[in-house]
Design a protein around this ligand. Structure first.
Ligand code: GDP
Ligand code: MG
Length: 439
């Protein structure tokens, strides 16, 4: 999905604003990327329509390129598509909260039982697991072992008792022991069949659960959304848990479930360890799907910074190439306000991630830079080419600031590099060049 979307953005590079015409091709790429990610066609259609409607007529924001604006719109629509907000688990007002887990075989139900107990235990809840998969003794053993691992009691009644009867007994025991949360594991099947649905309906009637969560495997793509729909119609569910997200690179299931079934994904599993369960955050998922670094916060921050009074003047200077060391300092400090230069660079698609160590390094070099600029004459600050042309001047600046000549040379080169980079950012670029320093 990510690479398909990147193609879409690239087609917009160099455009001034988003128009009906210039978004046609990127929208086609987005459509293809979604279909390849196994998102269902009706969902793709609605999505593309919503993004197009938003994109056309979006005004020009200085410092933000149209492709970045489109990224932002796509991100917002992705978040909406996945339900917008985090969908929290509900808890019973009185008595134990009962969570019933359902799902096909092998999707991760039994694992989720223990992960969920572990997750809720950390929130101070006192949990009990119920072994309701009576068809395989191994399934009961598996739950008992996992329960021990996370330190949560497991209610078992063997394989001879009906699941609805196990549910009744377990609920009684939970009330007696003042348990806050009862999580019941059930048997899956390879495919949906009537006996499974009947069994679940019966168990549900006995438990009157606060949550009925369908566990689905992210790797099944569109199929996951279809399953959520079917289970919801048959037994009535409150949401889904998407497992094995660690093995899914396409994101189709995450995108479709809410839109297709009307039911939210509440939690996601990202691995086999007991800690690998977390709430489903639509905005983080959208960011992950876009996989483009944090473009969104870049767009927002750029909007913010560009609103500042000197932005306009600065831009004029950059465009006229009258950019000197005074501006360099001013700009570098303005960028520091945005969270430091390297962080900003890291937000730009295709530039890769920036580590905290790199950020610290950048802040340190800002200090060094300031020292050297202070050692320049006012004339040198205004005419950086003086330093580019004269090794003697660079040597003097080095001596006065207590830095090496090499550091001064680097600073001068950096100024010109930055000029080019900023022209790039402002979208007025193509054609800046970095002069070679004369010796
Ligand atoms: P059940 O048949 O639905 O109860 O599925 P299980 O809980 O027994 O899980 C089936 C297999 O999937 C096990 O090997 C689990 O370790 C594995 N599994 C479950 N959840 C995840 C997950 O989020 N990521 C990965 N990679 N594996 C998982
Ligand atoms: Mg199981």
């Amino acid at each position: 999905l990510t690479s398909g979307l990147e193609t879409a953005w690239n087609k917009l590079k160099g455009e001034e604003v988003l128009t009906k015409e210039n978004i046609v091709e990127p929208m086609r790429d987005i459509r293809r990327a979604l279909l390849e990610a196994d998102v269902s066609l009706p969902v793709v259609r609605r999505f593309v329509q919503a993004v197009s409607d938003q994109a056309v007529g979006v005004g020009l924001i200085r410092g933000v390129r149209p492709d970045q604006q489109l990224v932002k719109i796509v991100h917002e629509e992705l978040v909406k598509l996945m339900g917008g907000e985090v969908s929290e688990l509900s808890f019973a007002k009185s008595g134990p909260t009962v969570i019933l887990l359902a799902g096909l075989q092998g999707v991760g139900k039994t694992t989720v039982c223990a992960k969920l107990a572990n997750y809720l235990k950390k929130q101070g809840k006192n949990c009990m697991l119920v072994a309701g998969d009576v068809y395989r003794p191994a399934a009961i053993d598996q739950l008992v072992i996992l329960g021990e691992q996370v330190g949560v009691p497991v209610y078992t009644a063997g394989t001879e008792v009906k699941p609805s009867e196990i549910a009744r007994q377990a609920l009684e025991e939970a009330k007696r022991k003042n348990i806050n949360i009862v999580i019941m594991d059930t048997a899956g099947r390879l495919q949906i069949d009537k006996s499974m649905m009947d069994e679940l309906k019966e168990v549900k009637k006995v438990l009157n659960p606060t949550e009925v969560l369908l566990v689905v495997d992210a790797m099944t793509g569109q199929e996951a959304a279809a399953l959520v729909t079917t289970f919801n119609l048959e037994i009535g569910i409150t949401g889904a848990i998407l497992t094995k997200l660690d093995g899914d690179s396409r994101g189709g299931a995450a995108l479709s479930v809410k839109e297709v079934s009307g039911k939210p994904i509440k939690l996601v599993g990202r691995g086999e360890r007991m800690e690998d369960l977390e709430p489903f955050y639509p905005d983080r998922m959208a960011g992950r799907i876009l996989g483009m670094g944090d473009v969104l916060s870049f767009v927002e921050k750029a909007q913010e910074v560009m609103r500042q009074e000197d932005a306009e003047e600065l831009q004029k200077k950059i465009m006229s190439a009258n950019f000197d060391f005074n501006d360099f300092l001013k700009q570098t400090r303005a960028v520091a306000r945005m969270g430091s230069m390297t962080r900003v660079i890291g937000m730009i698609p295709g530039m890769g991630k920036v580590t905290p160590a790199q950020v610290r390094e950048a802040e340190k070099s800002l200090k060094i830079m300031e020292g050297m600029i202070e050692a320049m004459t006012p004339e040198e600050r205004e005419k950086p080419e003086l330093l580019a042309e004269s090794p003697v001047r660079r040597k003097r600046v080095a001596q006065d600031s207590g830095k090496t000549e090499q550091q001064v040379s680097q600073l001068v080169a950096q100024l010109f590099q930055m000029l080019v980079r900023m022209k790039n950012l402002m979208g007025v670029m193509e054609g800046g060049s970095i002069p070679a320093l004369s010796n």
